[in-house]
Design a protein around this ligand. Structure first.
Ligand code: GLN
Length: 475
């Protein structure tokens, strides 16, 4: 049996019974990483020198390259951060180390987490382990591809508009975006500060619950961190969904969804019904504004967050041709022109535009109002249901290059994942089938703020009655 195919729960049992050592496991996963990375390009760099520490969960874990690790280069897959070494560990990294986690390396991603396909990285595109001609989703494409190929047992990703859930769906793994404030953003390089959350990507729901428990918890260094207790999420996992109220939002079942995705999601609904859950159609009337709202709020925050990358404090500094130009403004311009890729520039321009005098009221302020309406739709829905169920993405993994020159169609692939970020609620994606090309399909479940236990329990009940999560990509 190949150790890299196992879940953390299985590996921990092997260690406890003396059948495998922590070192054997770390070696097996590291050699799998070496074997597959030439094909997937999931990792930007690996840490061969990480120490194996003691702790309850000595699990090899990959880190998305927008999460700071002390002494390591952290780049957000952007040229502008090349050579930047973090002086400190992110809050989640401290916690992972404390649990005994073995840091494998920095995972590739869309530049600054802008994207849904992992094609905007300055370290090259990432490939989907299920079909190397296809994208793994994005922006945490490296995180999902690493877990799906066995190059990491666990991965950390970040989710601003779907960046954990959509790649999890495309790569057939479990991905969870926690409630805003549940996991510390200290040391996460900010994209959209009011939307960003770090979360786990794992092979199954049990591992997801275990990793969430490790990384969750109040952190005074993140002013939006919420002081709520961290339950043992694994204890909440159970198979009984009798009486659980599941809402199906009619606005999510729109034209353009791949028929196989619809069939798989419908089968999941039928399963819950058969198990005694109460299925009810609900309405989230402002859904149609979610994508537009997100791309105003997220780009506005991104343009402001990215202003700090100017060649002075971090990474790349590009000096202009002395004969032609001089002065600090020229240095800023030169550095930013060379350092940022095309999508980053597009976002900075869009975000600056919607915040500028004369347009602020028409775009940014309006988007904030629409955001409130979208959140109120969800608040209202959760008065009468426990879980909201939908597809994670309208399609399975698309071809590399298919959407790269069509930003609008790329933005639309986030249509079902964005509302959870705008509302700050927890949401996850679990595998729920395959299409005719044997590409994984993802099921999204959402819950009220801080209802992760209910969310994970519902996902667990589904997972235990199916075997999708046991399938592995052959690569
Ligand atoms: N795909 C979305 C975007 O391009 C979401 C990205 C994310 O969640 N980081 O903004």
């Amino acid at each position: 049996m190949d150790l890299f195919t196992l879940t953390a729960a299985q590996l921990i049992r092997l260690i406890a019974s003396g059948k495998a050592s922590v070192k054997e496991i770390a070696d097996a996963v590291r050699s799998r990483l070496k074997e597959t990375n030439g094909k997937t390009n999931a990792f930007i760099r690996s840490y061969a020198d990480e120490l194996v520490r003691s702790g309850p969960c000595p699990i090899p874990i990959g880190i998305k390259d927008n999460i700071c690790v002390e002494g390591r280069e952290v780049t957000c897959a952007s040229r502008i951060l090349k050579g930047f070494h973090s002086p400190y560990d992110a809050g989640v990294i401290e916690k992972v180390r404390f649990s005994g986690g073995i840091l494998l390396g920095g995972l590739n991603m869309d530049e600054f987490a802008f994207g849904s396909s992992s094609e905007s990285s300055s370290y090259g595109i990432i490939r989907n382990p299920w079909d190397l001609k296809r994208v793994p989703g994005g922006s945490s494409g490296g995180s999902a591809a690493a877990v799906a190929s066995g190059a990491a047992v666990w991965a950390l990703g970040s989710d601003t508009g779907g960046s954990i859930r959509q790649p999890a769906s495309f790569c057939g793994v479990v991905g969870l975006k926690p409630t805003y404030g549940r996991v510390s953003r200290y040391g996460l390089i900010a994209f959209g500060s009011s939307l960003d959350q770090i979360g786990p990507l794992t092979k199954d729901v049990t591992d997801c619950a275990t990793l969430l428990k490790i990384i969750a918890g109040y952190d005074e260094r993140d002013s939006t961190s919420v002081a709520v207790g961290v339950p043992d999420f694994t204890k909440a996992l159970q198979r009984d969904v009798k009486g659980l109220k599941i809402g199906i939002p009619k606005e999510y079942f729109i034209e353009g969804i791949q028929p196989e995705v619809l069939t798989a999601v419908q089968a999941a609904v039928d399963f819950f019904k058969k198990e005694g859950a109460i299925i009810q159609e609900i309405s989230l009337p402002h859904t149609e504004y979610a994508v537009a709202t997100y791309y105003i709020v997220a780009t506005a925050e991104a343009s402001s967050n990215l202003a700090r990358f100017d060649g002075v404090e971090y990474g790349l500094r590009s000096l202009p041709d002395k004969a032609r130009k001089s002065g600090i403004v020229d240095m800023y311009e030169e550095t930013r022109a060379k350092g940022f890729g095309k999508e980053a520039k597009r976002r900075i321009m869009l975000g600056t535009y919607v915040l500028s005098a004369g347009y602020y009221d028409a775009y940014y302020l309006r988007a904030q109002k629409a955001r409130t309406l979208i959140k109120e739709d969800l608040d209202q829905a959760f008065l009468d249901c426990d879980i909201i169920l939908s597809p994670t993405a309208p399609t399975t993994a698309f071809m590399i290059g298919e959407k790269v020159n069509d930003p609008l169609s790329m933005y639309l692939s986030d249509i079902f994942t964005i509302p959870a970020n705008l509302a700050g609620i927890p949401a996850l994606s679990i595998p729920c089938g395959f299409d005719a090309n044997r590409l994984p399909i993802g099921l999204q479940l959402m819950a009220a703020p801080f209802a992760e236990e209910k969310l994970l329990a519902t996902a667990f009940a589904y997972e235990q009655a199916h075997s999708w999560h046991l399938e592995r990509a052959v690569i």
